[in-house]
Design a protein around this ligand. Structure first.
Ligand code: ADP
Length: 242
């Protein structure tokens, strides 16, 4: 809803690797309850955006404001405690711990985290909602890639984020799983969580996002709905010409 004020505001963000500008003055915002898609060709800066917002990398310029406070350069664990968490393209669970133990670690970590008003999710609820009940007592190393992604998501949710960053969560899921996870993501947004998704599957992006930012070479080239984006010449050009 347009009357809500942004929970995250990114202004003129710059991230360099050597002399290369992965982010080159990127600005956007997201409001509570919104699902924002970051789309664009390979190398356009989508994952780097998530890496900077989640504190994995410090920015080289610009500002990241979360919940009214400047957070650019703060470490990931501090940001988890403030209410930002993420998933990874390649999840990194504790492989020798069971699924349940992995979630327990995140729940314990999340005790001090997130919005104090939000009740922490329960272990039983997370295992049930993300289809991990059957494998709860197996080592994380035994999970298939879809289950690893769901474990990664439950670990992020265990810390009660108010801003959730999803980096290619849907990649590798089958159509039935995609429909199901789309429903889960929408249900999370309906609780007021702000969600940013990076995803290559345009059908999935169209299904779940309220709005997209199209990136090219670390800059925004379009902001609006995906349905509108696909008719914009500059968007078509970066996808077809890249
Ligand atoms: P996208 O997610 O849109 O595919 P990325 O954000 O992963 O793009 O990468 C943007 C650009 O920054 C790419 O050219 C990539 O090679 C470069 N890049 C990303 N991370 C690093 C890094 N840690 N070191 C050097 N270059 C990087």
């Amino acid at each position: 809803s347009p009357d809500k004020s942004p929970i995250l505001k990114v202004s003129k963000l710059v991230k360099r690797f050597g002399g290369f500008y992965a982010l080159d003055g990127l600005s956007f915002h997201v409001v509570p309850g919104e699902i924002l898609g970051l789309v664009g060709p390979n190398g356009s800066g989508k994952t780097t955006s998530i890496n900077v917002i989640s504190g994995l990398y410090g920015p080289d310029g610009g500002e990241v404001v979360f919940d009214g406070a400047s957070i650019g350069g703060a470490a990931s664990h501090k940001l988890v405690h403030r209410g930002i968490n993420r998933t990874f393209q390649v999840p990194k669970p504790f492989l020798s711990l069971t699924v349940r133990q992995n979630i327990q670690v995140a729940l314990a970590y999340g005790q001090a985290a997130g919005d104090a008003a939000a009740a922490p999710p329960s272990m039983a609820q997370l295992l049930e909602e993300y289809r991990l009940k059957e494998v709860a007592d197996r080592p994380a190393a035994d999970l298939n890639s879809a289950q690893q992604k769901m474990l990664d998501l439950t670990r992020a949710l265990a810390t009660r984020p108010r801003l959730l960053l999803l980096d290619e969560l849907a990649a590798g899921l089958n159509p039935a799983e995609l429909d199901w996870i789309a429903g889960r993501i929408k249900a999370l947004a309906a609780t007021g969580m702000a969600i940013i998704v990076v995803e290559h599957l345009m059908g999935f992006i169209e299904q779940i996002t309220d709005r997209v930012i199209v990136l090219n070479a670390g800059k925004e080239i379009f902001e609006g709905t995906l349905a509108t984006a696909v008719h914009e010449p500059q968007v078509i050009e970066v996808f077809l010409g890249g």
